[in-house]
Structures are given as C-alpha cells and as structure tokens.
Design a protein around this ligand. Structure first.
Ligand SMILES: [Zn+2]
Length: 386
C-alpha cells in the first residue's frame, strides 16, 4: 500500500470559527484582497475583521463561475494593490477564483501560460500568495482542493487550473455561514457533496484515509440533506452538511472522482447548468451502469463490495447491498424533486458530443471500471428522460 495526502496547512471547523480569522491572518502581511460572489455582505464582515488586524483590505467580486477575464483582472488587482493575502469567501466559484488569483499573482507571464486545453498548460513554479478559503455553501469542498474551474467564454469550455500551489493555506469552515442558503442551492450543493463522497469511495485511487472520510461523510448527508431541505433552520443538519462537504473535498483531492464528474464536466462547459444538480441527476444512473459493467466484465472487482457498502452507509442498514443503495439514491431524487437533463435545456442531440468529451475527462480515469462510449451515451439518455 502507498498513498500521498495533500491537505491545507490548517483546516478549522466549527460554528462561529469565522471570528478566529483576525488571529489566524497575523503574519500574512498587511494588504488583503477579499474575493467574493455577487453578494458582498459576508465579504464586508470579513473586511471588518481584517481591518481590525491592521490589513489594508480590497474587495473583488466575481458574479458567477469565474471566467478567464475575471481571473486575469483579479490578478492585476492583486499585483496593483501589492496584496500579501487573498481570501475567498462564498461558494465554489468565489473560492476557486481566490485560489487561481493567489496562485497566478506570484508566477510570471499571464493566465494563458498556465491553462490546460486552451492555453500553454505550463505548470506553476512558485508558491502563490497566502490564501484563506471560507465556504458559505455546503457542497463543493473547494476550500481543500488543488484546482480552480475557469470558464472561457471565447472557447465555450470550462478548464481547470491545477497545481499543488493552489491548495489554500487555511480552510476555515464555519457552518453558521450556510444557515441562510436557499433550498435550491442547498439541494444542488448537497447533491455535489454526496457525489463527492460516493465517487472517491468507489475510485480506483481510494486509500484508507479517504475511505475513512467517505464512511464518515455519506451517512451524514443521508440523514441531513433531506432534513435540511425540509427545514433550513435545522442547524445540526446544516453543520453535518458542512462537515460532509469538507470530507468530500478532502476525499476527492486525494482519491479522485469518477464518471459522474467525468460527464458533468463537459455538460458544465457546454450548457449553463448548476454543477451540483447535474451531478445529482447523473448519480443513480452512473452507479447503476458501473455496477452492471463491473458484474459483467470484472465480477471479482473490490468495487462491487464498495457499492454494497455504499448501500449500507446510505440506508443505515447492515443488511443492505448495492441494489438498496441504488434504490435509496433514486428515492432521494424523487423526494428532492430533482429534474432530468432534458429540463436543464440540454438538447438530446448533444448526447454523443458530451459522451465523447467525457470519455477523455480526467475524472473518468478514477472510475472503478472503464465505461465504453455506448455505455456513457446510455447513461445520458436515461438521465435525460428518466
Ligand atoms: Zn462536484
């Protein structure tokens, strides 16, 4: 057995832990850039804490999923203001933007030198500015991962900037920041968290540490996601979702993902559809296809045992198996009124193109079995109309 773990220098979790920011940033210089989403309320409170610690603080807003231009402008801003610290507060988009800005601000050249697929794909060679990631949703786990997803409007694709230097220095996870999330965002991000715990547990790159994280995380989502959708003020359930999201991020960063994310990547690049929701729609169909392919081609694979275990973790029953888990996932989507791909404005004609791109996606490489192009298309057809 051998494995490697990448985690931030510090991961801090707990209700109200945002208040510790003031003390945590001591030693990170005296000029900060706070990267946030469309709403600046939270960023203003972060600014308040930083100003108290003696930081000259600038805010930078990224409206939605960051574009190449958003990042390039943010890097210019960081350089012009000579900042020493970058803070990302918000959902996965704001945090990914902060990670990319902090990484690119210290490396020579411009963003196109480092982007994969549409740029020159060079590796970052220098550590970035210190970055603190503070999630306000419970799902992406972006506070503990080493990549940023960036959209190119010009090429109509989303690409990843990947580097060990993008791992935030500190992940500060305060469940209280997720208390006011609207139901729609709670569902989409919660389904992402669930997918990011199931895929690493079945991944061919799973290791004992990520297994432990997934085993702790899956039951938490199973009991708390339906609870928090029913009652957004169930703060215990909110806390469990924040923890599960963190565990999912740590697991995916170290064990990889699978076919759900392999398919969700090109869908996200081609259409304007929420990532977590797309993952939630695909999840039962991918689990079904993986189990069938494993049974017919590699019936001795340990991944089949993993799917039985996932069934037990989801249903909280020791007698459960893979089929029970699949049934549970299908029921969850009915309970949460998760739609089909057809209702997200994805035309049926695009299925072959999505499958073709997905077959080459990096997440696909960690899937427990290599799915064929016809199998990928069949998943998409099933998830399209159900
Ligand atoms: Zn995801």
């Amino acid at each position: 057995m051998s494995f490697e773990l990448s985690v931030p220098e510090k991961v801090i979790f707990g209700r109200g832990c945002l208040a510790r920011l003031e003390q945590l940033v001591a030693g990170y210089g005296d000029r900060a850039l706070v990267v946030h989403g469309a709403n600046s309320d939270r960023a203003q409170s972060v600014k308040g804490l930083l100003v108290k610690s003696g930081f000259e603080t600038h805010l930078y807003s990224v409206g939605g999923e960051p574009t190449v231009e958003d990042i390039a402008k943010g890097v210019d801003e960081a350089k012009r203001k000579n900042v020493t610290l970058v803070i990302g507060i918000g959902g996965g988009s704001a945090i990914d933007a902060a990670k990319a800005i902090s990484g690119l601000a210290t490396n020579p050249g411009d963003i196109h030198d480092y982007l994969e697929v549409i740029g020159r794909g060079n590796p970052l060679t220098k550590s970035g500015l210190a970055c603190v990631a503070i999630p306000t949703t419970a799902g992406t786990g972006a506070e503990v991962t080493r990549n940023s997803v960036i959209a190119s409007l010009e090429h109509k694709v989303k690409v990843s900037l990947r580097s060990p230097f993008l791992l935030p220095r500190i992940a500060l996870v305060d469940p209280e920041l997720s208390y006011s999330l609207p139901a729609k965002v709670t569902i989409a991000t919660g389904l992402d968290a669930l997918t990011q715990l199931i895929e690493p547990l079945a991944s061919i790159r799973a290791n004992p540490v990520t297994d432990g994280l997934c085993r702790e995380g899956i039951p938490r989502v199973a009991r708390s996601l339906p609870a928090v959708v029913q009652n957004g003020k169930d703060f215990t359930a909110r806390e469990e979702m924040s923890l599960a999201s963190l565990f999912g991020g740590l697991a995916l960063a170290n064990a990889g993902l699978g076919a759900v994310h392999g398919l969700a990547g090109p869908i996200g690049g081609m259409f304007n559809a929420p990532h977590g929701l797309v993952c939630g729609i695909l999840l039962p169909f991918v689990v079904d296809a993986n189990i069938k392919a494993l049974r017919s081609r590699t019936p001795k694979s340990i991944a089949l045992g993993r799917y039985d275990e996932i069934g037990q973790l989801l249903t909280a029953s020791r007698q459960a198996d893979a089929a029970d888990g699949l049934g549970w996932l299908t029921d969850l989507n009915k309970t949460l009124h998760v739609p089909r791909l057809s209702s997200l404005g994805i035309p049926k004609e695009s299925i072959p193109e999505i499958a073709g791109k997905a077959a080459k996606a990096s997440s696909m490489k960690a899937n427990p079995i290599e799915l064929t192009l016809p199998e990928l298309e069949a998943i998409l057809h099933a998830a399209w109309q159900g």
